[in-house]
Design a protein around this ligand. Structure first.
Ligand code: SF4
Length: 323
């Protein structure tokens, strides 16, 4: 790879200049919104991030506002993005930046890695995009593309060494974004668009590389929730329970009470599907007026937008036309 580095940079950056997507976080060098976008983009699709990114920045336009916010407000603004640990870490890191760095971000990948929620990839992405440090990044898209280009599965450390050789020292932020963008939009997991690829002439695979292992199959599970309401819809209330603070997933978030499966001929008010990591859920929602058995609270339907709801609770309440 070192011998083709100049060729790779030229091809990749010319392609990026002509085809880059106009994403909202690409119009700034301010580390705060760049950091926010990188954390949001972890395990979340670009389209979903675009929906939440602007809203989040309007609510917390500066790192000072984020550090001063209550955790429940940050979780509410994060609601719908999933993996809520990211939002908690974001707020914790904002407090550390204010307390220990006088409100200024560390400017190197090594310094950024000391902050909670910032791993090797995120540190390199922020350092290169916001501060111009020539450090490469390897995400799933870059890994797939480089393995196909090389025509073999390449081990992780070798990939990191490769991107650090390839990187363009004059435009490291653009180079890293171009690598990720090429993987995400051209060298896609299925049916890569090789004819549109700027490095096709030297690619060893030009298509999908045979996988060494099959992905784990999705598990299936049925779950039931109770939609307890009182009052007329305009001034009505809905009953929600809070997930325990020590829950491994979505701790402290609000959701509908889960209930046991119903027997007999009765039908749920509606059904929907929901996926979390490797599990596909078939969800039945039962509309009820009974006194709640679970611990929880009544919330005004008009206030639901300000509450830290789980993604599934949002989906159910939207389908019930309460959000
Ligand atoms: S030529 Fe095809 S397989 Fe090779 S890197 Fe480009 S898009 Fe991926």
């Amino acid at each position: 790879m070192p011998s083709i580095a100049p060729w790779w940079r030229e091809k990749l950056l010319a392609w990026y200049d002509a085809h880059r997507r106009d994403l909202p976080w690409r119009s700034t060098r301010n580390p705060y919104p760049i950091w926010l976008s990188e954390i949001m983009l972890q395990q979340t699709r670009v389209a979903a991030v675009i929906e939440h990114y602007g809203q989040f920045l309007r609510r917390f336009p500066t790192i000072e506002k984020l550090a001063a916010a209550r955790e429940s407000s940050v979780l509410a603004a994060w609601s719908g993005l999933g993996y809520y640990r990211r939002a908690r870490m974001l707020r914790t890191a904002a407090k550390i930046i204010l307390r220990e760095h006088k409100g200024k971000f560390p400017t190197t990948a090594a310094g950024l890695r000391n902050l909670p929620g910032i791993g090797r990839y995120t540190a390199a992405a922020i350092a290169s995009i916001a501060f111009g440090e020539p450090v490469g990044v390897v995400d799933g898209n870059v890994e797939r593309m480089l393995c196909r280009f090389a025509g073999k599965n390449v081990v992780c450390e070798e990939l990191w060494a490769t991107v650090n050789v390839l990187i363009d020292a004059k435009r490291p932020g653009d180079f890293n974004q171009a690598m990720m963008e090429l993987g995400a939009t051209v060298c896609t997991p299925q049916a890569p668009a090789c004819l549109a690829c700027p490095v096709v002439e030297r690619c060893a695979t030009r298509g999908e590389l045979a996988r060494s292992e099959k992905p784990a199959p999705q598990k299936k599970r049925e779950i039931h929730f109770s939609l307890l309401c009182r009052g007329a819809n305009g001034s009505g209330k809905v009953f929600l329970r809070q997930r325990p603070g020590n829950a491994s997933l979505m701790a402290g978030m609000w959701e509908l009470p889960e209930v046991a499966a119903r027997n007999g001929a009765s039908k749920p008010a509606f059904r929907l599907r929901h996926s979390i990591t490797v599990t596909d859920y078939s969800v039945s929602v039962w509309r009820e007026c009974a006194i709640p058995q679970a611990e929880g609270r009544w919330f005004a339907i008009s206030k639901l937008k300000t509450i830290a709801l789980t993604g599934l609770a949002r989906k159910i309440l939207s389908k019930a036309q309460m959000l």
